[in-house]
Design a protein around this ligand. Structure first.
Ligand SMILES: Cc1cc2nc3c(=O)[nH]c(=O)nc-3n(C[C@H](O)[C@H](O)[C@H](O)COP(=O)(O)OP(=O)(O)OC[C@H]3O[C@@H](n4cnc5c(N)ncnc54)[C@H](O)[C@@H]3O)c2cc1C
Length: 303
């Protein structure tokens, strides 16, 4: 990117130049990006996006990068992170407003301590509220949709409320995936008061379930593939004897076969080849395609 743009973008917040995407993603994979911007206010966010649009600079908002597989190629644009500016939460009785950069895990614990139920399933998901809303993250048959009342969105230069119906949430999907230029600024939740001891018990149970079944010490993006309605991906992959199978530094986790992990300095190429290998084996044996749940970022179109 032209250095003149870099200088201009610095007025909107803290701009870090030449950052590796591997430092911004939980998989620890990804090449350099021209700049990472931490806007200093919501106006820094609004006007940095306007500046990028006017000057044809690619830009994208990242949460915690916990669902992103980035290529090793340079991204000739900027990544915007909201985790410093928009990370507050406001407790309004059963309603709770959380800014998009707030941690989902922190929110889950905060509301539980208030005796509010509705987010126990999220204990252990290393997401931001914005990223979890974008993905309609979920677990244990619950998802973001069930607790969201409305979402505050920056679209086409205006901040507007979108109702939960407008967001078109379905399994790991939302309208935001079709409009990648819309930015989730905050979310108004509607929880319910319940017995605090019961909430604590469920929370502990969920955390233990994750500890028991997921490779939480490894670099991963959680589940790599979406689940087929009739065939959970981990079962299908396991049935092919691929537990522990690796290519370069990328491995099908020994602990959970739908977690493809960065075991040892995996490159994008290692992970990509492993994904393709698993998909091909599944297709050959079961005649259906495993669809990626993890987001592709900065991939060449022919990959
Ligand atoms: C150990 C582990 C366990 C996991 N378990 C689960 C699970 O149980 N259930 C589940 O659903 N997922 C799970 N995940 C995957 C991941 O945490 C979720 O998909 C999560 O929703 C991603 O949130 P994020 O903030 O990291 O978003 P990112 O990965 O940073 O971004 C994901 C997408 O959202 C977009 N985005 C982020 N913020 C905004 C915003 N403010 N406005 C507009 N777009 C935005 C990004 O541009 C990107 O396209 C797990 C991941 C890990 C590493």
């Amino acid at each position: 990117m032209d250095s003149k743009h870099i200088e201009k973008l610095k007025q909107f917040g803290d701009l870090r130049e030449n950052v590796l995407l591997s430092t911004l993603t939980t998989l620890r994979i990804g090449g350099p990006v021209d700049g990472v911007l931490y806007p200093d206010s919501i106006f820094g966010l609004i006007y940095s996006i306007e500046y990028c649009n006017q000057n044809d600079i690619p830009c994208r908002v990242f949460g915690n990068g916990s669902n992103i597989l980035a290529s090793d190629d340079r991204y000739p644009g900027i990544i915007i992170k909201l985790s410093r500016t928009l990370q507050r939460t406001y407790l309004l009785g059963e309603k709770v407003f959380a800014e998009a950069g707030a941690s989902l895990i922190a929110l889950c614990h905060q509301i539980s301590q208030e005796g509010l139920t509705g987010l126990e399933w999220a204990a252990g998901i290393p997401a931001t509220v914005g990223g979890a809303t974008f993905m309609n993250a979920g677990a244990y048959l619950s998802s973001m949709r069930e607790s969201i009342e409305k979402v505050f969105v920056l679209k086409d230069g205006y901040c507007v409320w979108m109702s939960v119906d407008d967001c078109q949430f379905t399994y790991r999907k939302s309208i935001f995936q079709q409009h990648r230029d819309w930015i989730i600024v905050g979310v108004l939740f509607n929880f319910k008061y319940a017995d605090i001891n019961e909430i604590r018990t469920v929370l502990k149970k969920r955390q233990q379930q994750r500890l028991d079944t997921q490779p939480l010490q490894a670099y991963s993006c959680g589940s790599t593939f979406r689940n087929h309605p009739d065939h959970p991906s981990w079962k299908v992959i396991d049935s092919l004897g691929l537990r522990g199978y690796s290519i370069g530094g990328a491995q099908v986790s020994e602990k959970h076969t739908n977690f493809l992990i960065n075991k040892q300095h995996a490159s994008f190429d290692d992970m990509y080849k492993l994904i393709r290998h698993v998909q091909e084996e599944v297709y050959d044996k079961y005649n259906f395609e495993l669809i990626l749940e993890v987001e592709q970022f900065n991939w060449k179109t022919n990959q």
